[in-house]
Design a protein around this ligand. Structure first.
Ligand code: HXC
Ligand code: NAP
Length: 285
């Protein structure tokens, strides 16, 4: 699990990652720093951001600016953009990674529970996108958006309905702006990760004994969860000029999980070879 892009290929590039102080946002940021990027990490908790910034700088030798920002507040996003430009000059890429999620039967949710997730996932992403996009367009600068969705953005999923609705909206935003803002040389792509262990996701989606009952690796044809560096490699590629002709794409990185679970006969993998021998003898001619 090593980095794959050319050394220093992000030198003098500045990338903003929302929710960049924890989990996958932090891992993607670390790899970008290793490739020479300047990094701006944002979320609601300053202490978490400051600690992450110090650790990431120590680990990579790169430069990290932590700025608090609730993605549901447009002025706070504008403030992040101002602070990033003051510190590093131009901004080159934005990763819409911040999210909120929990599991629950939908009929148990209040309307506020629905709002809280959609407001972070969808509204937070379009606010950030609008603020960064307007800034690039007014300054005639190129830019790239990378939006982190999930595979259930297109299949939907029970028990995480607000998140599924929010992520589906983010997917529509990604594809729509890929076309509309291409004339400004602003690309928009997305990544749909399968399960990658993080404290934030695991504590909310596999709480208590669920983690023992439902081992995510067993649902995956490759029989393992994702490694953060694998996601880092894909994210760095999609943010880099190497992917300059990829626009409006969503790349799944899930070991084959969603296709397997949609495949009519995928469950037949539980049939052992001896039973296949018997079936072969008894099948109709
Ligand atoms: C049902 C819930 C709930 C739950 C909160 N609510 N948690 N309802 N089940 N588990 C309801 C409350 O009752 C309330 O409604 C409303 O939501 C707001 O509640 P708050 O107490 O204000 O919310 P709070 O618990 O403080 O925050 C919820 C949150 C928080 C915003 C989602 O957990 C958070 O900050 N999350 C950020 C990080 C995160 O979620 N990371 C995981 C991303 S993983 P009422 O009506 O009572 O007022 C991910 C992976 C996807 O997306 C794919 C994996 C393969
Ligand atoms: P995580 O560590 O909980 O990341 C979520 C981040 O979003 C946190 O840093 C959180 O920081 C920030 N955030 C939440 N609400 C915010 C708000 N209102 N304003 C600004 N920031 C906010 O979980 P993760 O697993 O790394 O998830 C990262 C992304 O990957 C999410 O988009 C998630 O949907 C996606 N994803 C994860 C998996 C997985 O298996 N882990 C799979 C598919 C998709 P604060 O609390 O400090 O604000």
């Amino acid at each position: 699990m090593t980095g794959m892009l050319r050394e220093n290929c992000f030198k003098d590039k500045t990338i903003i990652i929302t929710g960049g102080g924890t989990g996958l946002g932090r891992s993607m940021g670390k790899y970008l720093l290793e490739l020479g990027a300047n990094l701006v990490i944002t979320s609601r908790k300053l202490e978490v951001l400051q600690k992450a910034a110090i650790e990431l700088q120590e680990q990579t030798g790169g430069r990290v600016l932590p700025v608090t920002c609730d993605v549901r507040k447009y002025e706070e996003i504008e403030n992040v953009i101002r602070a990033a430009e003051e510190k590093f000059g131009a901004i080159h890429g934005v990763v819409n990674n911040a999210a909120g999620n929990f599991i629950s039967p939908t009929e148990r949710l209040s309307h506020r529970a629905f709002d809280i997730i959609v407001d972070i996932v969808l509204k937070g992403t379009y606010y950030t996108t609008l603020a960064a996009g307007k800034n690039w367009i007014s300054k005639k600068q190129h830019g790239v958006f990378l939006n982190i969705v999930t595979t259930y953005a297109w299949t939907g999923s029970g028990f995480v309905v607000p998140s599924a609705c929010g992520k589906a909206g983010v997917l529509a935003l990604t594809r729509s702006l890929a076309v509309e803002w291409a004339k400004y040389n602003i690309r928009s792509n997305a990544i749909a990760p399968g399960p990658f262990p993080t404290e934030g996701a695991w504590s909310r989606l596999l709480p208590g004994d669920l983690v023992k009952k439902f081992d995510p690796a067993q649902r995956i044809p490759l029989k393992r969860v994702g490694d953060h560096q694998e996601l880092g490699n894909l994210a760095a590629y999609l943010l880099s000029d190497y992917s300059g002709y990829i626009n409006g794409e969503v790349i799944t990185i899930d070991g084959g999980e969603w296709l397997r679970n949609g495949g009519e006969f995928s469950h037949l993998e539980s049939i052992p070879p001896e039973m296949w021998d018997v079936l072969e003898k008894t099948r109709g001619k």
